[in-house]
Design a protein around this ligand. Sequence first.
Ligand code: 5AD
Length: 349
Amino acid sequence: MKEIIDRLARDGDAADEELRALINESTEEARQALFARARAVRDQHYGRQAFIRGLIEFTNYCKNNCLYCGIRRDNRQAQRYRMTKEEILACCRAGYELGFRTFVLQGGEDPFFTDARMVEIVAAIRARYPDCAITLSLGERSRESYQRLFDAGANRYLLRHETADADHYARLHPSQMVWAQRVRCLEDLKAIGYQTGAGFMVGSPFQDTDCLVKDLRFLQALRPQMVGIGPFIPHHDTPFAAHPAGSAERTLVCLAIVRLMLPRVLLPATTALSTVEADGRIKGMDAGCNVIMPNLSPRDLRGKYLLYDNKAAVGLEAAESVEAIRRSLEAAGYEIAWGRGDYLNGKKG
Ligand code: 5AD
Protein backbone atom coordinates (compact mmCIF):
# COMPACT_ATOMS: atom_id res chain seq x y z
CA MET A 1 0.00 0.00 0.00
CA LYS A 2 2.85 2.37 0.81
CA GLU A 3 4.18 2.20 -2.77
CA ILE A 4 0.78 3.08 -4.19
CA ILE A 5 0.43 6.05 -1.86
CA ASP A 6 3.97 7.23 -2.68
CA ARG A 7 3.35 7.07 -6.40
CA LEU A 8 -0.02 8.75 -6.13
CA ALA A 9 1.62 11.57 -4.17
CA ARG A 10 4.46 11.84 -6.67
CA ASP A 11 2.66 11.42 -10.01
CA GLY A 12 -0.93 12.16 -9.07
CA ASP A 13 -1.79 8.87 -10.68
CA ALA A 14 -2.10 5.14 -10.08
CA ALA A 15 -3.40 2.14 -12.01
CA ASP A 16 -7.08 1.21 -11.82
CA GLU A 17 -6.42 -1.87 -9.71
CA GLU A 18 -4.33 0.21 -7.30
CA LEU A 19 -7.15 2.73 -6.93
CA ARG A 20 -9.54 -0.15 -6.32
CA ALA A 21 -7.23 -1.48 -3.61
CA LEU A 22 -7.06 1.94 -1.93
CA ILE A 23 -10.82 2.47 -2.09
CA ASN A 24 -11.41 -0.95 -0.52
CA GLU A 25 -8.58 -0.65 1.99
CA SER A 26 -9.82 -1.95 5.29
CA THR A 27 -6.87 -1.43 7.63
CA GLU A 28 -6.88 1.75 9.64
CA GLU A 29 -3.10 1.94 9.43
CA ALA A 30 -3.03 2.14 5.63
CA ARG A 31 -5.85 4.66 5.62
CA GLN A 32 -3.97 6.85 8.09
CA ALA A 33 -0.89 6.72 5.87
CA LEU A 34 -3.00 7.88 2.93
CA PHE A 35 -4.53 10.72 4.98
CA ALA A 36 -1.09 11.85 6.17
CA ARG A 37 0.13 12.16 2.57
CA ALA A 38 -3.00 14.03 1.56
CA ARG A 39 -2.52 16.44 4.47
CA ALA A 40 1.11 17.01 3.52
CA VAL A 41 0.15 17.88 -0.06
CA ARG A 42 -2.64 20.19 1.14
CA ASP A 43 -0.21 21.88 3.55
CA GLN A 44 2.37 22.36 0.83
CA HIS A 45 -0.07 24.39 -1.30
CA TYR A 46 -2.47 25.96 1.17
CA GLY A 47 -1.05 25.41 4.64
CA ARG A 48 -3.27 24.32 7.51
CA GLN A 49 -6.02 26.64 6.40
CA ALA A 50 -9.76 26.19 6.10
CA PHE A 51 -11.38 28.48 3.57
CA ILE A 52 -14.90 29.37 4.64
CA ARG A 53 -17.92 29.87 2.40
CA GLY A 54 -21.34 31.07 3.46
CA LEU A 55 -24.00 28.76 2.04
CA ILE A 56 -27.35 30.34 1.17
CA GLU A 57 -29.99 27.76 0.21
CA PHE A 58 -32.36 30.18 -1.47
CA THR A 59 -34.98 27.88 -3.01
CA ASN A 60 -35.98 24.28 -2.48
CA TYR A 61 -38.36 24.13 -5.45
CA CYS A 62 -37.00 21.72 -8.00
CA LYS A 63 -38.25 20.54 -11.38
CA ASN A 64 -36.03 17.47 -11.26
CA ASN A 65 -36.89 14.17 -9.74
CA CYS A 66 -33.54 12.64 -8.73
CA LEU A 67 -34.31 9.39 -6.95
CA TYR A 68 -31.97 10.12 -4.02
CA CYS A 69 -32.90 13.70 -3.23
CA GLY A 70 -35.34 14.93 -0.60
CA ILE A 71 -36.34 18.04 -2.57
CA ARG A 72 -37.21 16.05 -5.71
CA ARG A 73 -40.31 17.24 -7.53
CA ASP A 74 -42.52 14.34 -6.47
CA ASN A 75 -41.88 14.75 -2.76
CA ARG A 76 -45.20 16.29 -1.75
CA GLN A 77 -44.13 16.33 1.89
CA ALA A 78 -41.37 18.89 1.30
CA GLN A 79 -42.36 22.35 2.50
CA ARG A 80 -41.34 24.52 -0.40
CA TYR A 81 -39.90 28.02 -0.04
CA ARG A 82 -38.05 30.55 -2.11
CA MET A 83 -36.25 33.61 -0.82
CA THR A 84 -36.65 37.08 -2.29
CA LYS A 85 -33.74 39.11 -3.60
CA GLU A 86 -33.92 41.23 -0.46
CA GLU A 87 -33.78 38.16 1.78
CA ILE A 88 -30.77 36.85 -0.12
CA LEU A 89 -29.04 40.22 0.19
CA ALA A 90 -29.80 40.26 3.92
CA CYS A 91 -28.04 36.87 4.23
CA CYS A 92 -25.03 38.26 2.37
CA ARG A 93 -24.94 41.27 4.67
CA ALA A 94 -25.05 39.08 7.78
CA GLY A 95 -22.40 36.84 6.27
CA TYR A 96 -20.17 39.74 5.35
CA GLU A 97 -20.32 41.04 8.91
CA LEU A 98 -19.36 37.59 10.20
CA GLY A 99 -16.32 37.72 7.90
CA PHE A 100 -17.41 35.63 4.93
CA ARG A 101 -15.97 36.65 1.56
CA THR A 102 -17.55 33.91 -0.53
CA PHE A 103 -21.29 33.48 -0.89
CA VAL A 104 -22.63 30.23 -2.30
CA LEU A 105 -26.14 30.53 -3.73
CA GLN A 106 -27.52 27.03 -3.91
CA GLY A 107 -30.98 25.94 -4.94
CA GLY A 108 -33.06 23.32 -6.64
CA GLU A 109 -33.68 23.73 -10.36
CA ASP A 110 -36.42 26.29 -9.85
CA PRO A 111 -37.87 27.72 -13.08
CA PHE A 112 -38.95 30.83 -11.16
CA PHE A 113 -35.30 31.91 -11.14
CA THR A 114 -35.08 32.81 -14.80
CA ASP A 115 -31.91 34.32 -16.21
CA ALA A 116 -33.37 37.80 -15.75
CA ARG A 117 -34.12 37.20 -12.05
CA MET A 118 -30.80 35.49 -11.35
CA VAL A 119 -28.83 38.17 -13.18
CA GLU A 120 -30.53 40.81 -11.07
CA ILE A 121 -29.59 38.98 -7.85
CA VAL A 122 -26.00 38.28 -8.88
CA ALA A 123 -25.48 41.86 -10.11
CA ALA A 124 -26.84 43.26 -6.84
CA ILE A 125 -24.46 41.12 -4.76
CA ARG A 126 -21.59 41.98 -7.08
CA ALA A 127 -22.31 45.74 -6.74
CA ARG A 128 -22.50 45.63 -2.94
CA TYR A 129 -19.63 43.24 -2.31
CA PRO A 130 -16.97 43.83 -4.96
CA ASP A 131 -14.41 42.07 -2.77
CA CYS A 132 -16.39 38.82 -2.49
CA ALA A 133 -16.58 35.71 -4.64
CA ILE A 134 -20.02 34.61 -5.81
CA THR A 135 -20.51 30.87 -6.25
CA LEU A 136 -23.63 29.50 -7.90
CA SER A 137 -25.09 26.02 -7.58
CA LEU A 138 -28.29 26.03 -9.62
CA GLY A 139 -28.01 22.84 -11.61
CA GLU A 140 -28.16 22.43 -15.36
CA ARG A 141 -28.73 25.53 -17.50
CA SER A 142 -27.92 26.53 -21.06
CA ARG A 143 -24.49 27.78 -22.00
CA GLU A 144 -26.01 31.22 -22.70
CA SER A 145 -27.49 31.26 -19.23
CA TYR A 146 -24.17 30.37 -17.60
CA GLN A 147 -22.53 33.11 -19.66
CA ARG A 148 -25.09 35.75 -18.59
CA LEU A 149 -24.61 34.88 -14.93
CA PHE A 150 -20.85 35.01 -15.33
CA ASP A 151 -21.11 38.41 -17.01
CA ALA A 152 -23.29 39.61 -14.14
CA GLY A 153 -20.46 38.85 -11.73
CA ALA A 154 -20.56 35.18 -10.70
CA ASN A 155 -17.12 33.59 -10.33
CA ARG A 156 -17.63 29.95 -9.46
CA TYR A 157 -20.15 27.20 -10.14
CA LEU A 158 -20.78 23.90 -8.37
CA LEU A 159 -22.40 21.08 -10.33
CA ARG A 160 -21.66 17.60 -9.10
CA HIS A 161 -21.48 14.99 -11.84
CA GLU A 162 -22.99 12.56 -9.25
CA THR A 163 -21.46 9.49 -10.94
CA ALA A 164 -19.16 9.14 -13.94
CA ASP A 165 -20.78 5.89 -15.09
CA ALA A 166 -23.57 6.70 -17.57
CA ASP A 167 -25.54 3.55 -16.72
CA HIS A 168 -25.25 4.22 -13.01
CA TYR A 169 -26.34 7.82 -13.66
CA ALA A 170 -29.46 6.44 -15.36
CA ARG A 171 -30.33 4.41 -12.25
CA LEU A 172 -30.10 7.46 -9.99
CA HIS A 173 -32.09 9.82 -12.20
CA PRO A 174 -35.30 9.84 -14.24
CA SER A 175 -34.88 9.32 -17.97
CA GLN A 176 -35.12 13.04 -18.78
CA MET A 177 -31.78 13.52 -17.08
CA VAL A 178 -28.82 12.23 -19.04
CA TRP A 179 -25.18 11.95 -18.18
CA ALA A 180 -23.98 13.55 -21.45
CA GLN A 181 -25.93 16.70 -20.65
CA ARG A 182 -24.32 16.95 -17.21
CA VAL A 183 -20.88 16.70 -18.78
CA ARG A 184 -21.80 19.31 -21.40
CA CYS A 185 -22.74 21.72 -18.60
CA LEU A 186 -19.44 21.15 -16.79
CA GLU A 187 -17.46 21.74 -19.97
CA ASP A 188 -19.41 24.91 -20.73
CA LEU A 189 -18.79 26.23 -17.23
CA LYS A 190 -15.07 25.64 -17.51
CA ALA A 191 -14.88 27.16 -20.99
CA ILE A 192 -16.69 30.31 -19.84
CA GLY A 193 -14.12 30.80 -17.12
CA TYR A 194 -15.90 29.77 -13.94
CA GLN A 195 -13.88 28.12 -11.22
CA THR A 196 -15.86 24.91 -11.62
CA GLY A 197 -16.75 22.25 -9.11
CA ALA A 198 -17.75 18.65 -9.88
CA GLY A 199 -18.20 15.76 -7.46
CA PHE A 200 -20.11 12.69 -6.42
CA MET A 201 -21.76 10.80 -3.60
CA VAL A 202 -20.05 7.86 -1.94
CA GLY A 203 -22.23 4.81 -1.37
CA SER A 204 -25.12 5.85 -3.61
CA PRO A 205 -27.38 2.90 -4.49
CA PHE A 206 -25.92 0.50 -7.10
CA GLN A 207 -22.47 2.10 -6.89
CA ASP A 208 -19.56 -0.34 -7.05
CA THR A 209 -15.82 0.16 -6.80
CA ASP A 210 -15.52 0.56 -10.57
CA CYS A 211 -17.96 3.48 -10.46
CA LEU A 212 -15.69 5.22 -7.96
CA VAL A 213 -12.60 4.54 -10.07
CA LYS A 214 -14.47 6.13 -12.99
CA ASP A 215 -15.37 9.11 -10.80
CA LEU A 216 -11.69 9.62 -9.98
CA ARG A 217 -10.67 9.25 -13.64
CA PHE A 218 -13.37 11.69 -14.66
CA LEU A 219 -12.06 14.29 -12.20
CA GLN A 220 -8.51 13.72 -13.41
CA ALA A 221 -9.58 14.46 -16.98
CA LEU A 222 -11.86 17.41 -16.19
CA ARG A 223 -9.45 19.01 -13.73
CA PRO A 224 -12.09 21.03 -11.87
CA GLN A 225 -10.96 23.69 -9.41
CA MET A 226 -13.38 22.36 -6.76
CA VAL A 227 -14.59 18.88 -5.88
CA GLY A 228 -17.54 18.07 -3.61
CA ILE A 229 -17.71 14.56 -2.15
CA GLY A 230 -20.05 13.34 0.56
CA PRO A 231 -21.68 10.10 1.59
CA PHE A 232 -25.12 9.23 0.21
CA ILE A 233 -27.68 9.50 3.01
CA PRO A 234 -31.23 8.19 2.53
CA HIS A 235 -34.22 10.50 2.73
CA HIS A 236 -37.40 8.87 4.00
CA ASP A 237 -39.68 10.35 1.29
CA THR A 238 -37.65 9.20 -1.71
CA PRO A 239 -37.52 5.92 -3.67
CA PHE A 240 -34.13 5.24 -2.04
CA ALA A 241 -35.46 5.51 1.51
CA ALA A 242 -34.48 1.93 2.33
CA HIS A 243 -30.92 2.10 0.98
CA PRO A 244 -28.11 2.35 3.52
CA ALA A 245 -25.97 5.46 3.90
CA GLY A 246 -22.48 5.54 2.41
CA SER A 247 -19.50 5.02 4.66
CA ALA A 248 -17.61 7.91 6.22
CA GLU A 249 -14.30 5.99 5.94
CA ARG A 250 -14.73 5.45 2.23
CA THR A 251 -15.67 9.09 1.78
CA LEU A 252 -12.47 10.13 3.57
CA VAL A 253 -10.41 7.79 1.39
CA CYS A 254 -11.92 9.30 -1.78
CA LEU A 255 -11.24 12.83 -0.50
CA ALA A 256 -7.61 11.96 0.21
CA ILE A 257 -7.12 10.38 -3.23
CA VAL A 258 -8.59 13.47 -4.89
CA ARG A 259 -6.19 15.68 -2.91
CA LEU A 260 -3.28 13.62 -4.25
CA MET A 261 -4.58 13.60 -7.83
CA LEU A 262 -5.46 17.31 -7.90
CA PRO A 263 -3.06 18.87 -5.39
CA ARG A 264 -4.45 22.41 -5.52
CA VAL A 265 -8.13 21.49 -5.60
CA LEU A 266 -10.54 23.31 -3.28
CA LEU A 267 -12.05 20.43 -1.36
CA PRO A 268 -14.80 20.93 1.21
CA ALA A 269 -15.39 18.75 4.25
CA THR A 270 -19.09 18.46 3.45
CA THR A 271 -22.19 18.74 5.60
CA ALA A 272 -23.14 15.20 4.58
CA LEU A 273 -19.86 13.93 6.02
CA SER A 274 -20.57 15.79 9.27
CA THR A 275 -24.05 14.30 9.31
CA VAL A 276 -22.84 10.67 9.28
CA GLU A 277 -19.70 11.13 11.35
CA ALA A 278 -19.11 12.91 14.65
CA ASP A 279 -16.27 15.36 14.11
CA GLY A 280 -16.67 14.80 10.37
CA ARG A 281 -15.38 18.23 9.48
CA ILE A 282 -12.12 17.76 11.34
CA LYS A 283 -11.74 14.25 9.96
CA GLY A 284 -12.25 15.72 6.50
CA MET A 285 -9.57 18.34 7.11
CA ASP A 286 -7.29 15.59 8.40
CA ALA A 287 -7.84 13.71 5.11
CA GLY A 288 -6.77 16.69 2.99
CA CYS A 289 -9.82 18.95 2.76
CA ASN A 290 -9.37 22.74 2.85
CA VAL A 291 -12.86 24.24 2.64
CA ILE A 292 -15.84 24.41 4.99
CA MET A 293 -19.27 25.71 4.08
CA PRO A 294 -21.34 26.72 7.10
CA ASN A 295 -25.02 27.46 6.58
CA LEU A 296 -25.97 31.15 6.19
CA SER A 297 -29.62 30.56 5.27
CA PRO A 298 -32.26 32.14 7.52
CA ARG A 299 -32.71 29.88 10.54
CA ASP A 300 -36.41 29.28 9.97
CA LEU A 301 -35.71 27.87 6.50
CA ARG A 302 -32.76 25.62 7.32
CA GLY A 303 -34.98 22.75 8.38
CA LYS A 304 -36.67 22.78 4.98
CA TYR A 305 -33.68 22.31 2.69
CA LEU A 306 -33.57 18.61 3.37
CA LEU A 307 -31.75 16.67 0.69
CA TYR A 308 -31.40 13.76 3.12
CA ASP A 309 -32.47 12.82 6.65
CA ASN A 310 -30.92 14.39 9.78
CA LYS A 311 -29.05 17.03 7.79
CA ALA A 312 -26.85 19.01 10.11
CA ALA A 313 -27.61 22.75 10.02
CA VAL A 314 -27.04 23.88 13.57
CA GLY A 315 -24.11 24.08 15.94
CA LEU A 316 -20.86 23.87 14.06
CA GLU A 317 -22.68 23.82 10.70
CA ALA A 318 -24.28 27.24 11.33
CA ALA A 319 -22.53 30.35 10.04
CA GLU A 320 -23.38 32.36 13.15
CA SER A 321 -21.34 29.81 15.12
CA VAL A 322 -18.24 30.91 13.28
CA GLU A 323 -16.41 31.62 16.53
CA ALA A 324 -17.15 28.10 17.79
CA ILE A 325 -16.13 26.74 14.40
CA ARG A 326 -12.87 28.69 14.65
CA ARG A 327 -12.17 27.23 18.08
CA SER A 328 -12.87 23.66 17.03
CA LEU A 329 -10.59 24.04 14.01
CA GLU A 330 -7.93 25.67 16.16
CA ALA A 331 -8.03 22.79 18.61
CA ALA A 332 -7.18 20.50 15.68
CA GLY A 333 -4.38 22.78 14.48
CA TYR A 334 -6.19 24.61 11.67
CA GLU A 335 -6.99 28.25 11.14
CA ILE A 336 -9.78 29.89 9.20
CA ALA A 337 -8.61 31.69 6.05
CA TRP A 338 -10.65 34.90 5.93
CA GLY A 339 -10.13 35.73 2.27
CA ARG A 340 -12.02 34.89 -0.92
CA GLY A 341 -10.00 31.69 -1.11
CA ASP A 342 -9.62 31.44 -4.87
CA TYR A 343 -8.10 28.45 -6.60
CA LEU A 344 -4.31 28.74 -6.79
CA ASN A 345 -3.33 28.66 -10.43
CA GLY A 346 0.32 28.19 -9.86
CA LYS A 347 0.83 31.56 -11.48
CA LYS A 348 2.15 34.21 -9.12
CA GLY A 349 -0.05 37.11 -8.08
N1 5AD B 1 -27.47 12.13 0.21
C1 5AD B 1 -26.29 12.76 0.05
N2 5AD B 1 -26.11 13.77 -0.82
C2 5AD B 1 -27.18 14.15 -1.56
N3 5AD B 1 -27.30 15.09 -2.50
C3 5AD B 1 -28.58 15.10 -2.93
N4 5AD B 1 -29.28 14.17 -2.26
C4 5AD B 1 -28.43 13.55 -1.41
C5 5AD B 1 -28.55 12.50 -0.49
N5 5AD B 1 -29.71 11.85 -0.31
C6 5AD B 1 -26.16 15.85 -3.01
C7 5AD B 1 -26.03 15.68 -4.51
C8 5AD B 1 -26.21 17.09 -5.02
C9 5AD B 1 -25.84 17.93 -3.82
C10 5AD B 1 -26.39 19.31 -3.82
O1 5AD B 1 -26.34 17.20 -2.73
O2 5AD B 1 -24.72 15.20 -4.82
O3 5AD B 1 -25.41 17.40 -6.13
